[in-house]
Design a protein around this ligand. Sequence first.
Ligand SMILES: Nc1nc2c(ncn2[C@@H]2O[C@H](COP(=O)(O)OP(=O)(O)OP(=O)(O)O)[C@@H](O)[C@H]2O)c(=O)[nH]1
Ligand SMILES: [Mg+2]
Length: 371
Amino acid sequence: MSKTGFFGRLLGRKGEESPPPEPAAPESAAPEAEAAPPPPPAPEPEPESPVEPQPAESEPEVEADTRQGWFARLKTGLSKSSSRLTQGIGDLFTKRKLDDEALEELEDLLITADLGVATAARVTRRLAKSRFGQDVDAAEIRTTLAEEITDILAPVAVPLAPDFGRKPHVVLVVGVNGAGKTTTIGKLAKHYRDQGRAISLAAGDTFRAAAVEQLKVWGERTNCPVVARDTGADAAGLAFDALAEARKRGDDLLFIDTAGRLQNKSDLMAELEKIVRVIKKQDESAPHDVLLVLDATVGQNAHSQVEIFREMVGVTGLVLTKLDGTARGGVLVALAEKFKLPVHAIGVGEKATDLRPFEAESFARSLVGLD
Ligand SMILES: Nc1nc2c(ncn2[C@@H]2O[C@H](COP(=O)(O)OP(=O)(O)OP(=O)(O)O)[C@@H](O)[C@H]2O)c(=O)[nH]1
Ligand SMILES: [Mg+2]
């Protein structure tokens, strides 16, 4: 599949040309859609965009600067999580022999920092193998920890890679209440608009008028048409209409926002399944991505969210939000170890530019407070 990576250039890949557009869909049974304006001309890309620095060819030092700035911001975003680990490790290892007791205490610390039992065991096993019985200090432990976490995260650090040739590539965004779905859509919309992509947003959260308004604000901010209906409208019908409109216009990307729902409410989960079923009537291959947005502050509950959403709607990737406001960033490592689902991006703030590509080593080093 020909794909252009989200943050692709940051990761050293070049965007590819989209294949020619498919013929527009025949007029479907979609009822009258709220008139959406044609996509406005693409805004100029921001030269200093924190999520996607310009290619290095012409100005290598600018890229280095931007990257450094990016890393500093990631570190600040993760400071609450890292201070817990850094302090814990510092308390445990001030010139201490690595014996059974020390290993056990370290394992407990890692578990309480939400890294998960498997990760904790993996790290301590590695340390025991290489350093058992020797004097170790906190810095060595942190370095080993960062290396081990990098190994766990590397396979899941996969950028979102829409196939713009689909016109549109459909991204369904799901998650529990308040996880950050709508905000993440706004951030992603900004990112792709800055690349000159034509994007539309579907306000599939039809339960609350405020939710529709919130998405409309993001639509205005990012210059993307928003398809919305009155409160109480059928979310699946709305998604269907939004897809029909996006196809007619030849949009590159369609983001479908959904109402937050607890993973244990089966009727609401069934509604999500219906959205998927209905959009497949127009495009068998859609949705092309199902993003589960997880609030990192919930810690362990994230595990059951992944399990159930994945079972119900086939989650294809994760976005973890609010890593700036929690000491529970370790949960991302546990999720990676357990589910092996791609982590496309992380949220470290409420602003449009506070979405970061997920890079294994930077994240691991930031999480343990290393430079
Ligand atoms: N600090 C911080 N706040 C965030 C982040 N992402 C989202 N938020 C905030 O979290 C709150 C909820 O975000 P929404 O995007 O409305 O969440 P949602 O999942 O759409 O919520 P519902 O539609 O009610 O289910 C808002 O106040 C956001 O500004 C993040 O990465 N960091
Ligand atoms: Mg929302």
